[in-house]
Design a protein around this ligand. Sequence first.
Ligand code: BTN
Length: 264
Amino acid sequence: MATRNRLDPDKIRENLRTTRLGKKIVVYERTASTNDIAAEYACDSGSDGLVVFAEEQTAGRGRTGAKWYSNYGESILCSIVLTGNKLSGELISLTSAVATAETLGKIGRSVTKVKWPNDILINGKKIAGILVESKHCGPRNTFIVGIGINCHQQKDSFPAELQNTTTSVDIENRGFCDRVSLARRLLSSLDHWLEIAQTKPNEIINRWRELNMQIGHRVAVLYSGKRFVGNCIGVDPEKGLILQLDSGLAQMFPAAHTSMARLR
Ligand code: BTN
């Protein structure tokens, strides 16, 4: 097996073509959650674009209270601070999903898809997830975009209950994932799409729709303790997933309080 590289901030910064992200990059060997570290710095002046990576998280978290597992050195685990935002958390979440899906789509041969709100799938299996959290630091919201990408995992690296639904870059590409280059590509892609989000949010929605696997299909969601089933007809940048319910009514489901459910 080829030697695995470590996440070195200087190497990530080499040839990094970004305007906003990555002026400051820190790498932790081990921390509870990179989102917590980013949140500690989020209200400092000059924290916009700060990127926190970790080789290992002891309490990595996903959406809706789920745990995010990764052994030491196997993933990209990063959190990015975005301050002074005019954009909504929903739009930042869609933008991050587009940027991550595009990055992964360019390194492999398989098609990358987005499952609302921001799971990234290859060949129907989850390869990356995104957790956007907000922090109040003055008049405008500050967001922390946490991204986890599975890189070096093999099937048995995942907990048994996730082995059939989860994958990694090494599994999909049958080879060695260069995490430094992947981290750099991820930051440039996010930088690029965030710039577009500021001026042409519709481009984000259109690209997200192209990458999405649910639009036009019947889906089930859990919202406020209830199960809703309907045809997925779109996504609203502020209000979330739009379902045409069986009653004929169109209803929006905000990402922060909604999870996907199984169709029975
Ligand atoms: C999900 O799919 O539910 C979102 C997963 C997000 C995981 C990343 S890893 C880096 C950052 N730190 C965390 O604790 N979570 C996010």
